[in-house]
Design a protein around this ligand. Structure first.
Ligand code: C5P
Length: 418
């Protein structure tokens, strides 16, 4: 028998009640062909479209449909524990809603709540339902919790309608299932597995009045790239961010706006973190007084009096516990090595990423970056590349700091100036 992408895996195939349930039969066959041991869990309403014997005949074991009529007294936990992956296809609005709100109303939703395996949800429904904010919010909740969602395609729907909501093609679902298993395995064996990484991202905004603020040009792209890279390498990630860029599945995301909000969110979570990466461009000063009403143009230019904000990185340095690694960023236009050395010391950081923000393609808003990574042992230049590659280089430097009896890496260029 040929080896497939899913060889040796147990895949629980949840089928809920929509016209697309007939496609689940084809999907079941393809999952088996790809090498999976397939356990179908079928809802009562799915059985109105396709009979249980059909699912049983094509699967690796008899299909399950009831919490109470199964020979096993606790089928949901047993099935949930055996799963390497749960695929729900088609996933109806009801199943998505129950899963998101933690309501177990049948064997499938009970299994979804009982399992710790990765879950791939493949919605299928009429366009109006697919576009309903309730469905979209439930899916956003599931995504935030680390559930993978394969969106439906556009095409013909039941009743002759055409639009978005058609179940993804079975071949595409098998591909997505294999990808979820691959990334889950990669995370489990990743070099940051078991570490908690806290990342700040974006630029803070310091209000002058209800409509105006002092801000900076940070896009948050580099910080979010660090979050993505840390997730892919197995870390548990928290992102404190001023921007709405996507965050990795399952990451805790805290939206903030001002330096004070960022300080509160970061400091509250820092004690738990093994690694803190301060990639955010935090304002150094903020208006001392914030006008309650919009300042009038006719009153002439205001005399803005500024006061310093808390230096979060320096505060993290003061609170740093043994073994914790602190990473700072420094946007510089002058002598980077000297500045970096001074900041490593003054902020008690372990790694400092220097950006020459004066150069083209580098720093704020670009998708690429060129940095020098400074540690107390030396420095490493990372030539112009993607922010994702820079993120990986920064995380390599972090791991280097965690190695017992660490020494400078071979490509390091030498000690920093004193
Ligand atoms: O001193 P400077 O602002 O150049 O240092 C930059 C580093 O310090 C960045 O990692 C930034 O996130 C952090 N920082 C901070 N709190 C501030 C200002 C900067 O944590 N108020």
């Amino acid at each position: 028998m040929p080896r497939g992408d899913l060889d040796g895996t147990t895949v629980v195939l949840g089928v809920s009640g929509g016209i697309a349930a007939y496609k689940a039969v084809e999907l079941e066959r393809r999952l088996v062909d790809a090498g999976a041991h397939v356990v179908p869990v079928v809802t009562e309403s799915a059985l109105r479209f396709v009979g249980l014997p059909t699912f049983s005949a094509l699967a690796s074991e008899p299909a399950h449909s009831s919490l109470f009529e199964d020979p096993d007294p606790i089928p949901h936990t047993t099935i949930g524990r055996r799963a390497d992956l749960v695929v729900v296809a088609p996933a109806t609005a009801r199943v998505i809603g129950s899963y998101a709100s933690g309501i177990s109303s049948d064997l499938l939703t009970a299994t979804l709540l009982a399992t710790t395996a990765p879950v791939l949800v493949c919605p299928a429904m009429h366009t109006e339902m697919w576009e309903h904010p309730a469905v979209q919010e439930n899916l956003a909740t599931l995504r935030r919790r680390g559930v993978h969602v394969l969106p439906p395609e556009e095409g013909r729907l039941a009743g002759g309608d055409v639009g978005a909501g058609r179940l993804a093609e079975p071949a595409r679902i098998v591909e997505a299932a294999a990808e979820v298993l691959r990334s889950t395995r990669a995370r489990a064996s990743g070099d940051l597995a078991g570490l908690r990484v806290l990342v700040s991202a974006g630029g803070t905004r310091e209000p002058i009045d209800p409509v105006r603020f002092i801000g900076n040009r940070s896009s948050g792209k580099q910080g979010h790239a660090v979050a993505e890279a840390a997730h892919a390498r197995g870390a548990e990630v928290t992102v404190v961010t001023t921007v709405g860029l996507p965050a990795p599945p399952g990451a805790e995301v805290v939206r903030v706006e001002t330096a004070a909000e960022m300080a509160e969110a970061v400091l509250e979570r820092a004690a738990e973190a093994d690694v803190v990466v301060m990639a955010a461009a935090v304002a150094d000063f903020r208006p001392k007084v914030v006008a309650g009403e919009k300042l009038k143009k006719r009153a002439g230019p205001p005399d803005l009096v500024l006061e310093p904000t808390l230096d979060i990185l320096a505060e993290l340095g003061r609170r740093k516990r043994a073994g914790q690694v602190l990473v700072g960023f420094a946007a510089e236009t002058g002598d980077m090595a000297e500045e970096a050395a001074a900041k490593l010391e003054s902020k008690r950081a372990d790694v400092l990423v220097g950006n020459d923000v004066g150069a083209s393609g580098v720093g704020f808003e670009w998708d690429t970056n060129e940095v020098t990574i400074f540690t107390r042992g030396g420095s490493r230049a990372v030539p112009l590349t993607t922010k994702k590659a820079v993120a990986d280089a920064v995380l390599d430097a972090v791991l280097d700091q965690m190695r017992p009896g660490r020494t400078a890496a071979p490509d390091q260029e030498g000690a920093l100036p004193a």
